[in-house]
Design a protein around this ligand. Structure first.
Ligand code: PXL
Length: 276
């Protein structure tokens, strides 16, 4: 970690999936290890993520989130950052809008977690795309994967299996119509996987492609980027370190383990702890 500024208070609006190492289950430990104060606003509690364990059991409540925001406003708390991710309904996106209206000066990060591999997640309906796009328009930074970038731009994700640096940069640049800064992950580039940044900084970075896919790695990436940015690091440095961290988590996960359980990030958390 290059820069370490005083810890920040971050309002994290995501679901809490019990099993499967995604959303708040990874975001809270990562940002806490990085020294930040996390205020969790779970949009719903699920027994598992929605990627392969069948129908998760759900604890949903349409009023809790709005009432929690009212409570925070009433006691005069402020947030340095509002960080949102997977949202199942436009009503949950309204919750993020309400947080923006209460704390307009907070740095707004949207991880528009809504699909992968060219498709929307099964658990979502098409209406989430315009709700995410509206949030993206108000955000300071968005962190889509390749599929989500296409959905936000209203583009068909072609069968393009190999991206040049120029094409990747071009796609990231198009997101500037929506949001001042963006990092797009998951460009297949031969034996590499690329990530492209636009806005605050323009960059294309590559890491060796690891032939294993796990749920929750986008959430891990977004959490590490958020934590590093809020410590004063440049976007390109934050993205590079976050991608390296995710790769290390994948490499340190038993390849025989059931991928639905996600990457074994826990033993890696110590690498995020800043030692003065
Ligand atoms: O990692 C994104 C995510 C978050 N939350 C839930 C999910 C997924 C992806 O499938 O199902 C509940």
């Amino acid at each position: 970690m290059q820069h370490y500024q005083p810890p920040k208070k971050i309002l994290c609006i995501h679901d809490l999936s019990g099993l499967g190492r995604c959303s708040l289950s990874v975001i809270l430990p990562v940002l806490s290890a990085m020294g930040h104060q996390v205020v969790c606003l779970p949009t719903a509690v699920l027994s598992t993520h929605t990627g392969g364990f069948g129908q998760p059991s759900r604890m949903e409540n349409d009023t809790y989130g709005f009432a929690a925001l009212d409570h925070y406003a009433q006691i005069g708390v402020t947030f340095d950052c509002i960080f949102s991710g997977y949202l199942e309904t436009p009503a949950q996106a309204q919750l993020v809008q309400k947080a923006y209206s209460f704390w307009p000066d907070a740095y707004k990060i949207v991880d528009p977690a809504m699909g992968d591999g060219g498709k929307l997640y099964n658990s979502l309906s098409g209406e989430i795309v315009s709700a995410m796009a509206q949030l993206a328009h108000q955000a300071d930074l968005i962190l889509p994967n390749l599929t989500e970038a296409h959905l936000l731009l209203g583009l068909d994700q072609s069968e393009q299996t190999d991206w040049t640096r120029e094409a990747a940069q071009n796609l990231a640049d198009q997101l500037m119509e929506i949001c001042p800064s963006a990092v797009v992950t998951g460009f297949p580039m031969g034996k590499y996987v690329g990530c492209a940044g636009a806005g605050a900084e323009q960059f294309v970075q590559r890491k060796l492609l690891l032939p294993r896919n796990y749920p929750g790695t986008g959430d891990l990436f977004a959490a590490v980027v958020t934590g590093l940015l809020l410590h004063g690091n440049a976007l390109s440095a934050a993205a590079d370190a976050a991608a390296a961290f995710v790769s290390e988590c994948i490499l340190n996960t038993d390849p025989e383990a059931d991928p639905r359980f996600g990457v074994w990030f826990e033993p890696q958390l110590k690498k995020l702890i800043f030692q003065a």
